[in-house]
Design a protein around this ligand. Sequence first.
Ligand code: KG4
Ligand code: ZN
Length: 348
Amino acid sequence: MLILGIETSCDETSVAIVRDGREVLSNIILSQADIHAKYGGVVPEIASRAHTEAIYSLCEEAVKCVGIADIDAVAATYAPGLIGALLVGVNFGKALAYKLNVPFIPVNHIKGHIAAAYLVEEANPRQRLAPPFLAFVASGGHTSIMEVGRDDPGAPFCYTNFKLLGMTRDDAIGEAFDKTARAMGFDYPGGAEIEKYACLGDKNSVKIPFAKVEGSELDFSFSGVKTHIINYINTIKQKNGELTESDKYNIAASFTENIILSVTSRIKRAIKFTGHKNLVCAGGVMANGHIKDALKNLCDDLKIKLYIPDKKYCGDNAAMIAAQGFYEYQAGNIAGLNQNAFASVDWT
Ligand code: KG4
Ligand code: ZN
């Protein structure tokens, strides 16, 4: 089954063609990061306009690998995200599905990030990832720990069975990276810059309190960490003027270490609670080598298998939406032309 996927929830416009939820035939991504960089973050109205301008030509490019008439269904991100940005993809997707006379499949963006892990397994079908597993999603807008397919493993709908175990109470991890990076003078999005600087710093040089969420062992909080670093930077600037490169190395390394402890401690606890033997870690922040290494070590210690999507499928992309779309279709989750977009999702 060939699914055309569409992703427009934030600042990447993307269209992809994926066969049977696994094999990526095309995955065209146009990032708006340069447009938003001068404002220090994503400007929702500008994002919607840029999606509108880009989506048609990206779609033309993506379908070149097949004939448009070969498309069996259209899947688009309908939630969560920037409402104006989501509406562009949902409306384009519905119009295309109507024109092609194929089903329209609405896909939750977070579920899409997790489904990116199915895309890496194509080389060896015998090692294909299938639910049940524990999943951790870390991106610019989301931080959550979920169980996938706990009920009825093996049934087609186990791929669409999600249970939220923990989430951030304030900033998302990527947001904490970007805000810390901004305070250090890096352009938006600064997560990748912090990764580079962290390689050269001392992770024990800046003492940052470990953030706990009272009464909820699997929830995260990052706003205190970010504020602590911003105050630390302001104090240095008041004393010495600008930050030195060495200050930046140490701040990046200490911040990253705090994030790693926060993530690995929650995941360890979640594995203990649930007993899962497979862990999927996905989302834009999973491009970070320090976090990946820490997760690999944790999984080796606990003797569980770790799946992290290829770097190109960690950030926002439409292939992951088409992948989850395949399983949503199998579970019968198709929508009419009255399907709306939603900025947030209720997981209860
Ligand atoms: O998944 P994604 O592309 O978009 C959302 O759904 O939000 O994630 C983007 C986030 C940004 O906050 C960006 O700074 C962060 O992922 N990111 C990184 C790295 N590369 C991207 N964070 C830390 N280290 C990186 N190497
Ligand atoms: Zn995302």
